[in-house]
Write a protein that binds this ligand. Structure first.
Ligand code: G6P
Length: 579
């Protein structure tokens, strides 16, 4: 993953107030470590988040610098493994997002030629490779040979000591040039500079560019000059970006869900109505609909399949990283990618693959102008607003609301209008009770969540939330599957959350089966007369959305009780741009 930012200007820019301020906007891509290098040869790095780094370092100025926020892949989370990396002569500095797959082979060759490596990363090979090539070539030819000899994925920025210039190279990892009034930016995505300019040029795979303070030139992998279009985007910065009076973004974003769903419904009734109607037409005219996604977005897609299958539409979904292994697509397939960020590498790869096979590409994204949006024939925006907490909350809900709306256009019975109020009611009605439940559950090692049909995807999403934010091992599973193995793990007191939508007697029986073995059963139920003490009652058909919101709150209050780093959980990143 990782986020990269470079800035170049005639005038001096501030490392803290310009470069690292932009980099901070990309911290959702990874926050293991941070570092920067200037063309004066100054390098500073540190393990941990950018805010701590800002406290540690003194500000300085330069006209050209590159920076990096890391999500470690190769090499531990240490200062030495943090980017930027340099060559033997400390003349070339590089930052990299992606993975150089054949780095071991290249590293071996370079070591044989006398290069000394000091990190365990794949990325360090870049600066040494360029150093070696520069012995007999100019930088453009060195970059061309880098492109032809390396395998893997990369967005790379390169600077040389004493030269006011940035070289930028891209394959499979996102990279964009931002054209500001007095400076040029290079970044993993437009969010790094969208507060100061709305003009950008996106790099395509195999392209590289040379950026000087007031000129830029783009080339293809063979070094042929390219003419690139400037893309003008609109991006308003809503108030939602600040944490306001909340202790964490997660709880703020949970509470925003009534507003966020209302905003989405308004847009689906309004400016996005033609788009969603076109998607509904595509669904009707395709032989089958195939979704792909990762993480929470995948659980939203499972609900999409449930809604569409109920109205007789042949729909399937598969986790993006396994898409090519287990799914077939052809020109009669409608492919729907769901991705909050629009950048998840596995989803991008599956989308490319489906596109090559002639499928029509539709996407649901939260981040406008993202890679997946730009690859799509039609892209719907879920209008959840910026989501800062790494865990998806309001974006999951808005993905499901979009899918419900689409299904409703195609004949699924649901009253869309009541969704925002129902969410508001469920939060207000249950938050205190959930805090008490968190006090009971926070020391548990394992929690099982069982669901069936409509409540199966929510069981998976709730388990994911519990794992990633409250660090409790949790398994969300089909109630019917429990007795085929997992029930062996149920001991007296093991918490089992049973999601019982409607009068689902099978789910009720599954809950009874674990209760008979001593489990502490907590029910989230709807209309069920039973002899369970109904812990939380949801008297509404929007069960799938509302049950997940209960799970979000439970996760949040458990994590708070455990004093965990809620918005930036360990080892995770919000946008996963490696395979
Ligand atoms: C990461 C995030 C998850 C997210 C998943 C898919 O794992 O931590 O919260 O659900 O990526 O991301 P996307 O942006 O494609 O929805």
């Amino acid at each position: 993953m990782c986020g990269i930012v470079g800035i170049i200007n005639h005038q001096k820019i501030s490392i803290k107030n310009d470069l690292l301020k932009s980099l901070k906007r990309l911290e959702y891509r990874g926050y293991d470590s941070v570092g920067y290098a200037t063309i004066e040869g100054k390098v500073e790095k540190s393990v941990g988040e950018i805010s701590n780094f800002l406290d540690e370092i003194k500000d300085s100025t330069t006209s050209c610098a590159i920076s990096h926020t890391r999500w470690a892949t190769h090499g531990g989370v240490t200062k030495i493994n943090s980017h930027p990396h340099w060559d033997c002569n400390e003349n070339i500095f590089t930052v990299h997002n992606g993975i150089i797959e054949n780095y071991q082979e290249l590293k071996k060759e370079l070591i044989e030629k006398g290069h000394i490596f000091i990190t365990d990363t794949d990325s360090e090979v870049i600066s040494h490779f360029l150093e070696e090539e520069l012995k007999s070539k100019n930088m453009v030819d060195a970059i061309k040979s880098f492109i032809s000899q390396t395998q893997g994925t990369y967005a790379i920025l390169v600077i040389e000591k004493g030269k006011n210039r940035i070289y930028a190279i891209k394959k499979d990892s996102p990279l964009v040039l931002g054209i500001g009034n007095d400076r040029l930016y290079l970044a993993s995505d437009i969010y790094a500079f969208s507060d100061s300019t709305n003009k950008a040029i996106f790099f395509e795979d195999g392209e590289f560019a040379i950026i000087e303070p007031d000129t830029y030139s783009f080339y293809d992998s063979a070094g042929k000059a390219l003419k690139k279009e400037i893309y003008e985007f609109t991006w308003s910065i809503p108030q939602e970006e600040s944490v306001q009076n909340y202790p964490h973004y997660m709880i703020k974003e949970i509470h925003e869900q009534p507003i966020a769903t209302q905003r989405l419904i308004n847009s689906l009734d309004g400016e996005q109505h033609d788009k969603i109607k076109k998607i509904a037409e595509l669904v009707k005219n395709s032989k089958r609909v195939v979704f792909t996604a990762a993480g929470s977005s995948y659980y939203a897609s499972l609900l999409g399949v449930y809604f569409l299958n109920r109205i007789g539409i042949n729909a399937h979904t598969l986790i993006a990283s396994e898409f090519q292994n287990f799914m077939l697509v052809d020109k009669d397939t409608l492919f729907i990618a769901i991705s909050q960020s629009g950048e998840t590498m596995d989803v991008v790869t599956a989308t490319k693959w489906a596109k090559e096979r002639g499928a029509k590409i539709v996407s649901l994204v939260n981040v406008p102008h993202s890679t997946i949006q730009r690859m799509s024939d039609i892209s719907l925006e879920i209008h959840a607003g910026p989501e800062i907490c790494v865990a998806a909350t309001k974006t999951f809900t808005n993905q499901v609301v979009s899918l419900l709306y689409l299904s409703w256009l195609l004949g699924f019975s649901v009253n869309m209008k009541t969704i925002p109020n129902k969410i508001d009611y469920v939060i207000k009605e249950n938050e205190d009770l959930i805090k008490k439940m968190a006090d009971e559950l926070y020391e548990k090692k394992d929690i099982y969540i069982i669901g069936r049909g409509l409540s199966y995807p929510p069981s998976r999403e709730m388990a994911l939330k519990l794992k990633e934010i409250s660090y409790i091992h949790a398994e969300g599973m089909m109630g019917g599957e429990l007795k085929h193995g997992t029930i062996a793990l149920i001991e007296p007191g093991t918490p089992v959350i049973a999601l019982i939508p409607g009068k689902d007697f099978d789910m009720y029986s599954n809950a009874k089966e674990v209760e008979a073995r001593g489990a502490r059963v907590i029910t989230i139920a709807n209309m069920m007369d039973s002899d369970f003490k109904l812990d939380i009652t949801i008297n509404d058909g929007k069960f799938s959305i509302l049950a997940v919101i209960i799970g979000q709150l439970l996760t949040y209050y458990i994590a708070r009780k455990k004093k965990l780093p809620i918005d930036k959980p360990r080892n995770l990143a919000k946008s996963v741009t490696v395979k």
